[in-house]
Design a binder for this molecule. Structure first.
Ligand code: GLN
Length: 451
């Protein structure tokens, strides 16, 4: 049924870069056989899922939305992928994304943008717009995203779906093509809070293949999603994430959701995080620095595209031509910024300084958690904007992640939950919840209370 749905809506939505029809049908049949034989299966056995094209799935192309990886087929599974396979989920295919997860609209994909199913002229968010759109268009009930600065939460907000960025180290990054290693985190995307929690439980937990993986029990996310009991919970409203630049309908729906949380027994407290205003500039030094280092492996020698084979040339020329042809404008921009920020003589002034700001942001969170159990804000300042509207203005594009970036810098758990439609345009609004590291269950408690 999901493959039929994809065949019907993909021409308009373009959520997928690759559909793995045969393997999906085989897996589904194998799960059926297991069940008829009375063999034990997991709680999500046989449920179809859409996988962001930044995670390896052995035998299926992995492009990260880039021309430079066109034709590359990984020989191994990411840990997240392996856990999906072991839990008998059915992987439908790989979803569209901004190139190497740089962007907020999927317009930076080298394979054309994804369209928001709520309004096909609008963006589905990014970088994981393919995953969120596949849910909103009912092409898949579950999806996997990755979040470096908001790429799970912002797409969830603008498509009216649920997206969770687990605590940094809570889900494995092994087999996730790295954008910024200290920020990246894979996580669950779904249409309901409980679905997201069930998927969270399947993919999370310690992985010896990832040196930043946390060796602790997975927080009780499913129990929290089933309960939704927030009586006595202290919820902090971040004062700085309101006012100028926030759409009226976003503020209205956010305010109503906070009132609802109070009615359900939570104590609402206003919280100030004065250093959050420096999160965006710090992020746009740390991310490009790490990205410029991580992307250095795409040199035309080892993976995918190789230019300059016709009658020339030295290694440098092959590298230059391959990168020229294979990387899009946003990727080149960030590699240049990162290389500059890391270069000798500038390192302390830029990268070092940004790392210090990162500590200030962690301190703001720590101070807030002295007073409250979780923080809330709108996920994004506005609803989905029109395709093409911000594509030539990187700074306007970056502002989408104003509210989501601090959590990545601090390694917090953070999620976006749908809280209705903005009256002015009828488009979905998301509420962001942030919890301390390893308290991912609190996110689900709040999400379930609002659902
Ligand atoms: N939109 C942000 C960026 O462009 C976040 C990306 C992400 O989380 N992968 O960097």
């Amino acid at each position: 049924a999901h493959l039929d749905r994809m065949a019907a809506v993909e021409p308009a939505v373009h959520a997928f870069l690759h559909v793995d029809t045969e393997r999906a049908l085989q897996t589904a049949a194998a799960v059926d056989a297991k069940i008829s034989n009375g063999e034990p299966v997991g709680p999500l056995a046989g449920v179809p899922l859409a996988l962001k094209d930044v995670l390896t799935y052995s035998g299926a192309p992995t492009t990260c939305g880039s021309k430079i990886l066109e034709g590359w087929v990984p020989p191994y599974n990411a840990t997240v992928t392996q856990r999906l396979i072991d839990a008998d989920l059915v992987i439908l295919g790989k979803t569209n994304m901004d190139e190497f997860a740089m962007g907020s609209s999927t317009e930076n994909s080298a394979y054309g943008p994804t369209h928001n199913p709520w309004d096909l002229d609008r963006i589905p968010g990014g970088s994981g717009g393919g995953s969120s759109a596949s849910l909103a268009a009912f092409e898949a009930p579950l999806a996997i995203g990755t979040d470096t600065g908001g790429s799970i939460r912002q797409p969830a907000a603008v498509t009216g779906t649920v997206g969770v960025k687990p605590t940094y180290g809570g889900t494995s990054r092994y087999g996730l093509v790295a954008l910024a290693s200290s920020l990246d985190q894979p996580g669950p995307c779904a249409r309901t809070v409980l679905d997201a929690a069930l998927l969270h439980e399947v993919i999370a937990g310690y992985d010896p293949h990832d040196s930043t993986s946390i060796n602790e029990p997975v927080p009780g996310v499913v129990e929290a999603a089933r309960s939704g009991d927030i009586r006595g919970m202290k919820i902090g409203v971040v004062k700085e994430f309101a006012g100028e630049g926030y759409a009226a309908g976003v503020e209205q729906r956010f305010g109503e959701a906070v009132d609802q949380l109070a009615k359900l027994g939570a104590e609402i407290v206003e919280v100030s995080c004065p250093n959050f205003r420096y999160a965006m500039p710090a992020y746009y030094l740390i991310l490009p620095s790490e990205a410029s280092s991580n992307l250095a492996k795409f040199d035309g020698m080892r993976f995918g595209l190789r230019a300059g084979d016709d009658g020339i040339a030295g290694a440098e020329e092959v590298m230059g031509l391959t990168r020229e042809a294979g990387f899009g404008a946003e990727v080149k921009r960030r590699i240049m910024i990162g290389t500059y920020a890391l270069s000798s003589g500038y390192y302390d002034a830029y990268y070092g300084q940004a790392q210090k700001v990162r500590t200030l942001i962690i301190n703001d969170f720590d101070a807030a958690y002295q007073k409250v159990d979780v923080l809330v804000s709108p996920t994004t300042p506005t609803t989905a904007f029109r395709l093409g509207e911000k594509v030539d203005d990187p700074l306007a594009m970056y502002l989408n992640d104003l509210c989501t970036i601090p959590s990545n810098l601090a390694g917090n758990a953070s999620a976006s939950f749908p809280v209705g439609l903005a009256p002015e345009d009828g488009l979905p609004v998301g509420l962001q919840v942030v919890a301390p590291p390893l308290a991912d269950d609190r996110l689900y408690r709040v999400g379930a209370a609002l659902e």
